[in-house]
Design a protein around this ligand. Structure first.
Ligand code: BGC
Length: 437
Protein backbone atom coordinates (compact mmCIF):
# COMPACT_ATOMS: atom_id res chain seq x y z
CA UNK A 1 0.00 0.00 0.00
CA UNK A 2 1.05 3.58 0.04
CA UNK A 3 2.02 3.74 -3.57
CA UNK A 4 -1.25 4.59 -5.19
CA UNK A 5 -0.89 8.04 -6.61
CA UNK A 6 -4.61 8.54 -7.05
CA UNK A 7 -5.69 8.35 -3.43
CA UNK A 8 -6.29 11.59 -1.57
CA UNK A 9 -4.34 10.33 1.37
CA UNK A 10 -1.60 8.61 -0.47
CA UNK A 11 -2.91 6.58 1.18
CA UNK A 12 23.45 4.09 18.67
CA UNK A 13 24.58 0.80 17.93
CA UNK A 14 22.32 -2.16 17.71
CA UNK A 15 24.04 -4.44 20.16
CA UNK A 16 24.09 -1.80 22.91
CA UNK A 17 20.41 -1.08 22.67
CA UNK A 18 19.52 -4.74 22.59
CA UNK A 19 21.25 -5.35 25.86
CA UNK A 20 18.39 -3.40 27.48
CA UNK A 21 15.92 -6.10 26.41
CA UNK A 22 12.57 -5.82 24.70
CA UNK A 23 8.88 -5.80 25.37
CA UNK A 24 7.24 -8.77 23.75
CA UNK A 25 3.88 -8.57 25.40
CA UNK A 26 1.06 -10.13 23.45
CA UNK A 27 -2.62 -10.20 24.11
CA UNK A 28 -2.68 -13.99 24.22
CA UNK A 29 -0.40 -16.26 26.22
CA UNK A 30 2.84 -16.50 24.25
CA UNK A 31 3.63 -19.93 22.87
CA UNK A 32 6.61 -21.39 21.07
CA UNK A 33 6.75 -20.61 17.37
CA UNK A 34 7.39 -23.54 15.01
CA UNK A 35 11.04 -24.62 15.13
CA UNK A 36 12.01 -23.24 11.72
CA UNK A 37 9.85 -20.13 11.90
CA UNK A 38 11.39 -17.23 9.99
CA UNK A 39 11.72 -13.87 11.71
CA UNK A 40 12.88 -11.00 9.60
CA UNK A 41 12.42 -7.64 8.01
CA UNK A 42 11.76 -6.68 4.41
CA UNK A 43 13.13 -3.88 2.29
CA UNK A 44 13.37 -3.14 -1.43
CA UNK A 45 16.31 -2.16 -3.57
CA UNK A 46 14.98 1.14 -4.90
CA UNK A 47 13.68 2.30 -1.53
CA UNK A 48 16.97 1.77 0.30
CA UNK A 49 19.98 1.49 -2.02
CA UNK A 50 20.00 5.06 -3.35
CA UNK A 51 20.96 6.51 -6.73
CA UNK A 52 19.07 4.01 -8.83
CA UNK A 53 19.61 6.32 -11.76
CA UNK A 54 18.90 3.87 -14.59
CA UNK A 55 15.38 3.12 -13.31
CA UNK A 56 12.02 4.43 -14.52
CA UNK A 57 11.25 5.76 -11.05
CA UNK A 58 14.36 7.96 -10.99
CA UNK A 59 13.08 9.83 -14.02
CA UNK A 60 9.52 10.09 -12.67
CA UNK A 61 10.74 11.41 -9.32
CA UNK A 62 12.81 14.13 -10.93
CA UNK A 63 10.60 15.27 -13.80
CA UNK A 64 8.08 18.12 -13.76
CA UNK A 65 5.30 17.52 -12.95
CA UNK A 66 5.85 14.61 -10.61
CA UNK A 67 3.57 12.61 -8.32
CA UNK A 68 6.48 12.11 -5.90
CA UNK A 69 6.88 14.32 -2.82
CA UNK A 70 10.66 13.72 -2.75
CA UNK A 71 13.16 12.16 -5.14
CA UNK A 72 14.65 8.91 -3.80
CA UNK A 73 18.16 10.39 -4.10
CA UNK A 74 20.64 8.65 -1.84
CA UNK A 75 17.99 6.40 -0.30
CA UNK A 76 19.51 4.95 2.88
CA UNK A 77 22.79 4.46 1.01
CA UNK A 78 22.25 0.74 1.55
CA UNK A 79 24.03 -0.15 -1.71
CA UNK A 80 27.22 0.71 0.17
CA UNK A 81 26.04 0.18 3.73
CA UNK A 82 24.44 -3.26 3.35
CA UNK A 83 26.84 -4.84 5.85
CA UNK A 84 25.76 -2.38 8.51
CA UNK A 85 22.10 -3.17 7.76
CA UNK A 86 22.77 -6.91 7.95
CA UNK A 87 24.69 -6.46 11.22
CA UNK A 88 21.64 -4.75 12.68
CA UNK A 89 19.28 -7.47 11.43
CA UNK A 90 21.54 -10.17 12.90
CA UNK A 91 21.90 -8.29 16.19
CA UNK A 92 18.10 -8.35 16.50
CA UNK A 93 18.16 -12.15 16.52
CA UNK A 94 16.46 -12.39 13.14
CA UNK A 95 17.09 -15.41 10.93
CA UNK A 96 16.11 -14.13 7.50
CA UNK A 97 16.49 -10.96 5.44
CA UNK A 98 14.19 -10.03 2.56
CA UNK A 99 15.65 -7.59 0.06
CA UNK A 100 15.52 -6.81 -3.63
CA UNK A 101 17.94 -7.06 -6.51
CA UNK A 102 17.58 -4.14 -8.90
CA UNK A 103 16.94 -4.98 -12.54
CA UNK A 104 17.79 -1.41 -13.58
CA UNK A 105 21.31 -1.83 -12.18
CA UNK A 106 21.82 -5.37 -13.42
CA UNK A 107 20.63 -4.59 -16.98
CA UNK A 108 20.95 -0.79 -17.31
CA UNK A 109 20.86 -1.02 -21.10
CA UNK A 110 18.75 -3.59 -22.93
CA UNK A 111 20.73 -6.80 -23.26
CA UNK A 112 23.79 -5.46 -21.41
CA UNK A 113 24.18 -7.22 -18.08
CA UNK A 114 26.58 -5.87 -15.48
CA UNK A 115 28.80 -8.56 -14.00
CA UNK A 116 30.06 -6.02 -11.46
CA UNK A 117 26.55 -5.35 -10.15
CA UNK A 118 25.79 -9.07 -10.02
CA UNK A 119 29.05 -9.50 -8.07
CA UNK A 120 27.78 -6.86 -5.66
CA UNK A 121 24.66 -8.93 -5.02
CA UNK A 122 26.83 -12.05 -4.62
CA UNK A 123 28.60 -10.17 -1.81
CA UNK A 124 25.27 -9.17 -0.23
CA UNK A 125 24.08 -12.79 -0.33
CA UNK A 126 27.36 -14.04 1.15
CA UNK A 127 27.10 -11.40 3.86
CA UNK A 128 23.61 -12.73 4.71
CA UNK A 129 24.92 -16.27 5.04
CA UNK A 130 27.87 -15.11 7.13
CA UNK A 131 25.32 -13.72 9.62
CA UNK A 132 23.00 -16.75 9.44
CA UNK A 133 20.30 -14.70 7.75
CA UNK A 134 18.40 -16.69 5.10
CA UNK A 135 18.37 -14.40 2.05
CA UNK A 136 14.88 -13.97 0.59
CA UNK A 137 15.28 -12.24 -2.74
CA UNK A 138 12.71 -10.15 -4.58
CA UNK A 139 13.46 -10.02 -8.30
CA UNK A 140 11.16 -7.07 -8.92
CA UNK A 141 9.82 -4.52 -6.45
CA UNK A 142 7.92 -2.05 -8.66
CA UNK A 143 10.88 -0.40 -10.43
CA UNK A 144 12.12 -1.41 -13.88
CA UNK A 145 14.99 -0.21 -16.09
CA UNK A 146 14.19 3.05 -17.84
CA UNK A 147 14.70 1.41 -21.27
CA UNK A 148 12.05 -1.17 -20.35
CA UNK A 149 9.53 1.53 -19.36
CA UNK A 150 10.31 3.41 -22.58
CA UNK A 151 9.37 0.42 -24.76
CA UNK A 152 6.02 0.04 -22.95
CA UNK A 153 7.01 -1.79 -19.76
CA UNK A 154 4.56 -4.50 -18.74
CA UNK A 155 1.95 -3.08 -21.10
CA UNK A 156 3.52 -4.84 -24.09
CA UNK A 157 3.42 -8.62 -24.39
CA UNK A 158 7.14 -9.31 -24.92
CA UNK A 159 7.88 -7.49 -21.66
CA UNK A 160 7.27 -10.89 -20.07
CA UNK A 161 10.13 -12.49 -22.01
CA UNK A 162 12.50 -9.66 -21.16
CA UNK A 163 11.69 -10.05 -17.47
CA UNK A 164 12.24 -13.81 -17.72
CA UNK A 165 15.61 -13.24 -19.43
CA UNK A 166 16.64 -10.96 -16.55
CA UNK A 167 15.51 -13.64 -14.05
CA UNK A 168 17.58 -16.26 -15.86
CA UNK A 169 20.72 -14.10 -16.01
CA UNK A 170 20.48 -13.05 -12.37
CA UNK A 171 19.84 -16.63 -11.22
CA UNK A 172 22.83 -17.90 -13.20
CA UNK A 173 25.10 -15.97 -10.86
CA UNK A 174 23.07 -15.58 -7.68
CA UNK A 175 21.03 -18.80 -7.62
CA UNK A 176 23.48 -20.93 -5.60
CA UNK A 177 23.32 -18.40 -2.76
CA UNK A 178 19.58 -17.61 -2.67
CA UNK A 179 17.47 -18.97 0.20
CA UNK A 180 14.01 -18.18 -1.17
CA UNK A 181 12.78 -15.89 -3.93
CA UNK A 182 9.74 -14.17 -5.29
CA UNK A 183 9.37 -12.96 -8.84
CA UNK A 184 7.27 -9.89 -8.07
CA UNK A 185 6.58 -7.89 -4.96
CA UNK A 186 2.84 -7.35 -4.64
CA UNK A 187 2.24 -8.60 -8.14
CA UNK A 188 -1.37 -7.36 -7.95
CA UNK A 189 -0.53 -3.82 -6.80
CA UNK A 190 -1.81 -2.29 -10.01
CA UNK A 191 -5.19 -4.03 -9.53
CA UNK A 192 -5.55 -2.60 -6.03
CA UNK A 193 -5.85 0.80 -7.67
CA UNK A 194 -9.10 -0.31 -9.26
CA UNK A 195 -10.66 -0.96 -5.86
CA UNK A 196 -9.69 2.40 -4.42
CA UNK A 197 -11.36 4.95 -6.72
CA UNK A 198 -13.48 6.43 -3.92
CA UNK A 199 -10.29 7.93 -2.48
CA UNK A 200 -9.09 9.15 -5.84
CA UNK A 201 -8.59 12.84 -6.10
CA UNK A 202 -8.98 14.04 -9.65
CA UNK A 203 -6.06 16.41 -9.18
CA UNK A 204 -3.71 13.62 -8.04
CA UNK A 205 -4.81 11.34 -10.89
CA UNK A 206 -4.34 14.15 -13.39
CA UNK A 207 -0.91 14.92 -11.96
CA UNK A 208 0.15 11.28 -12.37
CA UNK A 209 -1.11 11.27 -15.95
CA UNK A 210 0.79 14.49 -16.66
CA UNK A 211 3.95 12.99 -15.11
CA UNK A 212 3.81 9.93 -17.39
CA UNK A 213 3.12 12.17 -20.40
CA UNK A 214 6.14 14.31 -19.50
CA UNK A 215 8.33 11.18 -19.20
CA UNK A 216 7.06 9.98 -22.59
CA UNK A 217 7.94 13.33 -24.15
CA UNK A 218 11.34 13.61 -22.46
CA UNK A 219 12.38 10.14 -23.60
CA UNK A 220 10.60 10.36 -26.92
CA UNK A 221 8.72 7.16 -26.02
CA UNK A 222 5.00 7.37 -26.70
CA UNK A 223 4.43 3.95 -25.07
CA UNK A 224 6.20 4.87 -21.78
CA UNK A 225 4.70 2.75 -18.99
CA UNK A 226 5.52 2.49 -15.29
CA UNK A 227 4.02 -0.34 -13.25
CA UNK A 228 2.42 1.81 -10.57
CA UNK A 229 0.80 4.24 -12.96
CA UNK A 230 -0.15 2.30 -16.08
CA UNK A 231 -3.23 0.47 -17.35
CA UNK A 232 -4.14 -2.13 -14.68
CA UNK A 233 -5.71 -4.64 -17.09
CA UNK A 234 -2.87 -4.68 -19.60
CA UNK A 235 -0.15 -4.66 -16.96
CA UNK A 236 -1.70 -7.42 -14.94
CA UNK A 237 -2.04 -9.68 -17.99
CA UNK A 238 1.59 -9.28 -19.00
CA UNK A 239 2.84 -9.55 -15.43
CA UNK A 240 1.02 -12.86 -14.99
CA UNK A 241 2.86 -14.16 -18.04
CA UNK A 242 6.10 -12.62 -16.76
CA UNK A 243 5.63 -14.31 -13.38
CA UNK A 244 5.09 -17.74 -14.95
CA UNK A 245 8.09 -17.38 -17.27
CA UNK A 246 10.26 -15.71 -14.63
CA UNK A 247 9.42 -18.38 -12.07
CA UNK A 248 10.35 -21.12 -14.55
CA UNK A 249 13.64 -19.33 -15.34
CA UNK A 250 14.52 -19.05 -11.66
CA UNK A 251 13.57 -22.63 -10.94
CA UNK A 252 15.77 -23.81 -13.81
CA UNK A 253 18.64 -22.89 -11.46
CA UNK A 254 21.38 -23.07 -10.57
CA UNK A 255 20.25 -23.31 -6.96
CA UNK A 256 17.36 -25.15 -5.43
CA UNK A 257 15.12 -22.93 -3.37
CA UNK A 258 11.40 -22.14 -3.06
CA UNK A 259 10.11 -19.61 -5.59
CA UNK A 260 6.85 -17.78 -5.02
CA UNK A 261 5.07 -14.51 -5.41
CA UNK A 262 3.98 -11.91 -2.89
CA UNK A 263 0.55 -10.31 -3.03
CA UNK A 264 -0.96 -7.15 -1.64
CA UNK A 265 -3.73 -8.64 0.50
CA UNK A 266 -6.03 -6.34 2.43
CA UNK A 267 -8.99 -7.58 4.47
CA UNK A 268 -12.15 -6.93 2.49
CA UNK A 269 -15.18 -6.34 4.70
CA UNK A 270 -18.61 -6.13 3.11
CA UNK A 271 -20.83 -3.47 4.65
CA UNK A 272 -24.61 -3.43 4.24
CA UNK A 273 -26.94 -5.13 1.79
CA UNK A 274 -25.85 -5.60 -1.84
CA UNK A 275 -22.29 -4.73 -0.92
CA UNK A 276 -19.69 -5.36 -3.60
CA UNK A 277 -17.12 -7.12 -1.39
CA UNK A 278 -16.93 -10.20 -3.59
CA UNK A 279 -16.45 -8.11 -6.71
CA UNK A 280 -13.77 -6.05 -4.93
CA UNK A 281 -11.91 -9.24 -4.01
CA UNK A 282 -12.09 -10.53 -7.58
CA UNK A 283 -10.85 -7.19 -8.91
CA UNK A 284 -8.01 -6.90 -6.40
CA UNK A 285 -6.63 -10.40 -6.96
CA UNK A 286 -7.39 -10.93 -10.67
CA UNK A 287 -5.64 -14.13 -11.74
CA UNK A 288 -3.05 -13.94 -8.97
CA UNK A 289 -4.72 -16.34 -6.56
CA UNK A 290 -4.56 -19.02 -9.24
CA UNK A 291 -0.95 -18.06 -10.06
CA UNK A 292 0.04 -18.30 -6.40
CA UNK A 293 -1.48 -21.79 -6.25
CA UNK A 294 1.12 -22.83 -8.83
CA UNK A 295 4.02 -21.40 -6.80
CA UNK A 296 6.07 -22.88 -3.97
CA UNK A 297 4.75 -20.32 -1.48
CA UNK A 298 2.73 -17.16 -1.22
CA UNK A 299 3.89 -14.01 0.52
CA UNK A 300 1.02 -12.22 2.26
CA UNK A 301 1.44 -8.44 2.53
CA UNK A 302 -1.25 -6.77 4.61
CA UNK A 303 -1.49 -3.20 5.80
CA UNK A 304 -5.17 -2.57 6.57
CA UNK A 305 -8.78 -3.42 5.80
CA UNK A 306 -11.04 -2.14 3.02
CA UNK A 307 -14.74 -1.69 3.82
CA UNK A 308 -16.87 -2.16 0.75
CA UNK A 309 -20.48 -0.98 0.44
CA UNK A 310 -22.96 -1.20 -2.42
CA UNK A 311 -21.12 1.47 -4.39
CA UNK A 312 -17.59 0.33 -3.65
CA UNK A 313 -14.98 1.48 -1.15
CA UNK A 314 -16.18 3.29 1.97
CA UNK A 315 -14.05 5.85 3.81
CA UNK A 316 -12.76 4.95 7.31
CA UNK A 317 -15.70 4.97 9.73
CA UNK A 318 -13.90 6.72 12.59
CA UNK A 319 -14.02 3.68 14.88
CA UNK A 320 -10.36 2.86 14.31
CA UNK A 321 -7.32 5.16 14.56
CA UNK A 322 -5.59 6.00 11.29
CA UNK A 323 -1.91 5.45 10.53
CA UNK A 324 0.18 8.30 9.13
CA UNK A 325 -0.65 6.87 5.70
CA UNK A 326 -4.32 7.78 6.13
CA UNK A 327 -5.66 4.22 6.32
CA UNK A 328 -6.80 2.35 9.40
CA UNK A 329 -4.44 0.84 11.98
CA UNK A 330 -6.21 -2.50 11.95
CA UNK A 331 -3.98 -5.51 12.77
CA UNK A 332 -7.00 -7.84 12.68
CA UNK A 333 -6.66 -7.62 8.89
CA UNK A 334 -3.39 -9.57 9.12
CA UNK A 335 -5.02 -12.66 10.61
CA UNK A 336 -7.92 -12.33 8.19
CA UNK A 337 -5.60 -12.27 5.16
CA UNK A 338 -3.48 -15.17 6.39
CA UNK A 339 -6.72 -17.19 6.72
CA UNK A 340 -7.84 -16.04 3.27
CA UNK A 341 -4.54 -17.19 1.78
CA UNK A 342 -4.80 -20.55 3.52
CA UNK A 343 -8.32 -21.10 2.27
CA UNK A 344 -7.91 -19.83 -1.29
CA UNK A 345 -4.29 -20.57 -2.13
CA UNK A 346 -3.35 -23.47 0.11
CA UNK A 347 0.40 -23.13 -0.35
CA UNK A 348 2.91 -22.48 2.47
CA UNK A 349 2.37 -18.94 3.72
CA UNK A 350 4.88 -16.32 4.76
CA UNK A 351 3.82 -12.94 6.10
CA UNK A 352 6.44 -11.28 3.91
CA UNK A 353 5.34 -7.76 4.81
CA UNK A 354 3.27 -5.88 7.26
CA UNK A 355 4.19 -2.71 9.06
CA UNK A 356 2.96 0.66 10.10
CA UNK A 357 3.76 4.19 9.01
CA UNK A 358 3.95 6.23 12.18
CA UNK A 359 6.27 8.70 13.86
CA UNK A 360 5.05 7.39 17.25
CA UNK A 361 7.17 4.32 17.88
CA UNK A 362 4.97 3.24 20.82
CA UNK A 363 2.23 2.70 18.23
CA UNK A 364 4.65 0.51 16.24
CA UNK A 365 5.55 -1.50 19.35
CA UNK A 366 1.86 -2.28 19.88
CA UNK A 367 1.39 -3.03 16.17
CA UNK A 368 4.21 -5.61 16.28
CA UNK A 369 2.78 -7.27 19.38
CA UNK A 370 -0.67 -7.30 17.78
CA UNK A 371 0.78 -8.79 14.57
CA UNK A 372 2.47 -11.55 16.53
CA UNK A 373 -0.81 -12.28 18.33
CA UNK A 374 -2.62 -12.54 14.96
CA UNK A 375 0.01 -14.93 13.62
CA UNK A 376 -0.17 -16.98 16.83
CA UNK A 377 -3.95 -17.33 16.55
CA UNK A 378 -3.64 -18.50 12.94
CA UNK A 379 -0.99 -21.08 13.79
CA UNK A 380 -3.06 -22.31 16.73
CA UNK A 381 -5.89 -22.82 14.25
CA UNK A 382 -3.65 -25.01 12.10
CA UNK A 383 -2.71 -22.46 9.43
CA UNK A 384 0.73 -23.04 7.98
CA UNK A 385 2.32 -19.63 8.59
CA UNK A 386 6.05 -20.10 8.25
CA UNK A 387 7.42 -16.64 8.92
CA UNK A 388 6.82 -13.00 9.77
CA UNK A 389 8.84 -10.18 8.22
CA UNK A 390 8.28 -6.64 9.41
CA UNK A 391 8.24 -3.82 6.83
CA UNK A 392 10.73 -2.29 7.20
CA UNK A 393 14.15 -2.49 8.82
CA UNK A 394 14.88 1.14 7.99
CA UNK A 395 12.94 4.34 7.52
CA UNK A 396 13.22 4.51 3.74
CA UNK A 397 11.84 6.02 0.56
CA UNK A 398 8.06 5.60 0.82
CA UNK A 399 7.34 6.02 -2.91
CA UNK A 400 5.09 8.96 -3.73
CA UNK A 401 4.92 9.89 -0.04
CA UNK A 402 8.69 10.43 0.11
CA UNK A 403 10.76 10.25 3.28
CA UNK A 404 8.32 11.77 5.78
CA UNK A 405 6.40 8.53 6.18
CA UNK A 406 8.29 6.26 8.54
CA UNK A 407 7.84 2.49 8.67
CA UNK A 408 11.29 1.62 10.04
CA UNK A 409 12.50 -0.14 13.17
CA UNK A 410 15.59 1.97 12.63
CA UNK A 411 15.80 5.70 11.92
CA UNK A 412 18.23 6.87 9.25
CA UNK A 413 19.82 10.32 9.35
CA UNK A 414 19.22 11.80 5.91
CA UNK A 415 22.66 13.46 5.77
CA UNK A 416 25.03 11.12 7.59
CA UNK A 417 22.99 7.89 7.04
CA UNK A 418 23.65 7.01 10.68
CA UNK A 419 21.26 4.25 11.77
CA UNK A 420 19.58 4.55 15.18
CA UNK A 421 17.45 1.75 16.58
CA UNK A 422 13.98 2.56 17.84
CA UNK A 423 12.38 0.70 20.79
CA UNK A 424 10.22 -1.24 18.32
CA UNK A 425 13.38 -2.95 17.03
CA UNK A 426 13.79 -4.41 20.50
CA UNK A 427 10.18 -5.58 20.51
CA UNK A 428 10.66 -7.60 17.32
CA UNK A 429 14.02 -8.83 18.65
CA UNK A 430 12.45 -10.08 21.88
CA UNK A 431 9.94 -12.20 19.94
CA UNK A 432 12.57 -13.46 17.52
CA UNK A 433 15.16 -14.32 20.13
CA UNK A 434 12.65 -16.27 22.21
CA UNK A 435 11.04 -17.72 19.06
CA UNK A 436 7.74 -17.12 20.79
CA UNK A 437 4.48 -15.91 19.35
C1 BGC B 1 5.27 -2.16 -0.47
C2 BGC B 1 6.41 -1.31 0.05
C3 BGC B 1 5.86 -0.08 0.74
C4 BGC B 1 5.00 -0.53 1.91
C5 BGC B 1 4.45 0.58 2.77
C6 BGC B 1 4.12 -2.27 0.50
O1 BGC B 1 2.95 -2.26 -0.23
O2 BGC B 1 5.74 -3.43 -0.84
O3 BGC B 1 7.23 -0.98 -1.03
O4 BGC B 1 6.87 0.77 1.16
O5 BGC B 1 3.91 -1.24 1.38
O6 BGC B 1 3.56 1.40 2.09
Amino acid sequence: MGVNPTRRQIVAGAAGLLAVGGTATTTTAARAAPKDFLWGTAISAHQSEGNNTASDSWLLETITPTAFKDPSGDGCDSYDRYEEDLDIAASLGLNCYRFGIEWARIEPVEGMFSEAVLDHYVRVLEACHARKLLPIVTYNHFTVPLWFAMRGGFEVADGADLFARFCARATEKLGPLIGMASTFNEANIVLLRKVLPRFASDAAAENARAMIAAAARRTNSPRFSAMLFGDPEKISRVMLDAHIKGQAAIKAGPGNFPVGVTLSMQEIQGVGPNNRATQAEETMYGGWIEAARQSDFVGVQTYSRLRIGDKGLLPPDGSVPLTDMGYENYPHAIGACLRYAAEHIGRPIYLTETGIGTTDDAVRVKFINDTVAEVAKCIADGIDVKGYLYWSLLDNFEWTSGYAKQFGLVAVDRKTFKRTLKPSARTLAAHARANRL
